[in-house]
Design a protein around this ligand. Structure first.
Ligand code: NAP
Length: 509
């Protein structure tokens, strides 16, 4: 990476009781992207609150064996920070974390970060149009409140592990842990291990666990659609080309972007996914010869309804003699076993949950109070929604990064993050140019946008594809997935209509 050219002025902390320009939560791609965006715009009075002792977000939290990204490295990185020496086409967790740390160092972000500082709530102060963010943890004073004239929440939409409330789970005497809280102290060698869940995380760690465990029983509720993963090392010639020939790396990146983006055409038009689902079936049939196992692993819903996965080592792992795939539901957990609905008892020493995250219900217990004392739960009585996934009416100067309906099943989330950072900067500019203290999306604009989201989602593959997923809330409404192309998102976040916002109050003097 070349030298960072942002101005040298740094205001790492506001004075006692003073408000920061922006309080950012989290040091994943969202929070860091926001921080870099601010620095590039010449804004330096921001603080980043990080609950852990290290940066990295998703790529710090998830350390399960085999953890990596199923979007290619050349695309899954900041557009303004290309890395010419990715070791693999699909990056692993350690390399992504290293990349994130390099970015933090280059943009001198560390001095803005308060580590071991967990946000426990946020309240809007109507009198001075600031957010009071309550913090806890080793990095905070007891009862400490950090104030900001804006709050950018980058906690990540897939952050709170979800562990199903299975009957008898409390009575289990073995070891249990979630994929995002991997217990590296527990030696799986020779153990009888149960894995519950077959999503994007599980299919990455199952092949590793299968090699180590004595026996692995995989509890599958719904088989995922899986495409082959064209992973390989990036060659020395490619790296040299990326470094030396202008445009080559950008060309690769754009090519991968377009290839990923082409999947969007199938969301409304599942017939177009025929070729891809044919490839997935071919992949299954080639790797799994046992007809009974094949039957279990064959999805009965439309491809794209859940996130389509990529793996070339998952199916082979399931054909190992020490691996059993069970499709019966889980009836009960006993101290040393799992009993399925067919009455079979599976003795196990450890249960690993690959059961995903709280997404549409992630804010159910959050303490976020907007203007006039309105709680976020009241604003979201009918379901979580935000204008372009970022702004919520009644919550001025609050910006959710990767908020409702800004998730992608088909392309790089970093593309969305960069668009959202531009959106936030535009909002702050509109507010500041008007000499105002607050900017809030109007309820009418948010409603109009969400009516469009739901109309676009109607008949789309997530809603009508014959499956459930974390895209949908408990009423089956799409609350997580962006229902159109990323180009559409980029355009919408590029041109904000000032009429969609209420810009009012007085800027702090
Ligand atoms: P997930 O996709 O939500 O999968 C959860 C799995 O647990 C599903 O197979 C689900 O079955 C199963 N499950 C949940 N509750 C269950 C229960 N009570 N009994 C039995 N099975 C149960 O979670 P994830 O694999 O952690 O992935 C979450 C998201 O993280 C992904 O969709 C993706 O966006 C992201 N991710 C990305 C990558 C990447 O490479 N980019 C890697 C990992 C994760 P059902 O399908 O039947 O609900």
């Amino acid at each position: 990476m070349g030298a960072h050219e942002s101005p040298a002025v740094v205001t790492p902390a506001a004075g006692p009781g003073e408000a920061y320009g922006v309080v950012i939560v989290g040091t994943g791609f969202s929070g860091l992207g926001m921080a870099i965006g601010l620095k590039k715009a010449g804004v330096h009075d921001f603080v980043i609150l990080e609950k852990a002792g290290e940066v990295g977000g998703t790529w710090r939290e998830n350390t399960y064996p085999g953890c990596g990204c199923d979007i290619m490295s050349l695309l899954y990185s900041f557009s303004f920070e290309p890395k010419a020496d990715w070791s693999r086409m699909f990056p692993k967790q350690a390399e992504l974390l290293e990349y994130i740390k390099e970015v933090v160092a280059k943009y001198e972000l560390e001095q803005h970060i308060r580590f071991n500082t967990e946000v426990t709530g946020a309240e809007y102060n109507d009198a001075d149009d600031t957010w009071g963010v309550t913090i806890a943890g080793a990095g905070a004073e007891p009862g400490e409140v950090v104030r900001g004239r804006a709050l950018a929440a980058g906690m990540g939409p897939l952050h709170q592990p979800s562990i199903p409330d299975l009957p008898g789970l409390d009575s289990f005497e073995g070891t249990t842990f979630h994929s995002a809280e991997w217990n590296h102290d527990y030696d799986l060698t020779g153990k009888r291990v149960a894995v519950i869940g077959t999503g994007a995380s599980a299919i990455q760690f199952v092949p590793r666990v299968a090699k180590q465990a004595g026996a692995l029983t995989l509890f599958q509720r719904t088989p995922p659609w899986i495409l082959p993963k064209p992973d390989r090392r990036v060659t020395g010639v490619e790296k040299a080309l990326f470094r030396r020939v202008p445009g080559v790396q950008r060309g690769y990146r754009n090519g991968i972007y377009l290839m990923q983006e082409s999947f969007v055409l199938g969301f409304k038009n599942p017939k177009l996914l025929k070729a891809a689902s044919g490839l997935a079936k071919w992949h299954l049939n080639r790797q799994v010869k046992d007809p009974e196992l094949r039957r279990k692993l064959t999805p009965d819903y439309t491809m794209g309804c859940k996130r389509t996965l990529v793996s070339s080592d998952y199916y082979p792992a399931l054909t190992r003699p020490n691996v059993e795939v069970t499709t019966e539901g889980i009836a009960e957990i006993r101290p040393h076993s799992i009993v399925t609905t067919d009455g079979a008892e599976h003795p196990v020493d450890a249960i690993i949950f690959g059961t995903g995250f709280h997404v549409t219900d992630a804010f159910e217990h959050a303490h976020i109070v907007g203007r006039g004392g309105v709680k976020i739960q009241d604003a979201w009585q009918d379901g979580v929604e935000a204008h372009l996934g970022v702004s919520v009416a009644g919550f001025p100067n609050l910006f959710l990064l990767l908020g409702p309906n800004s998730g992608l099943g088909h392309n790089s989330m970093i593309f969305v993050i960069e668009a959202q950072v531009r959106y936030v900067l535009r909002c702050l500019r509109m507010r500041d140019a008007a000499g105002a203290g607050r900017i809030a999306v109007r309820a009418s604009a948010q409603d109009r946008f969400n009516r469009w989201v739901q109309a676009k989602s109607e008949g789309a593959v997530w809603v009508a594809g014959g499956c459930t997923s974390w895209y949908l809330d408990r009423n089956g409404v799409n609350r997580a997935a962006w229902p159109a192309s990323t180009v559409n998102y980029w355009l919408r976040t590029r041109r904000l209509d000032p009429a969609d916002f209420e810009i009012a109050g007085k800027a702090a003097s």
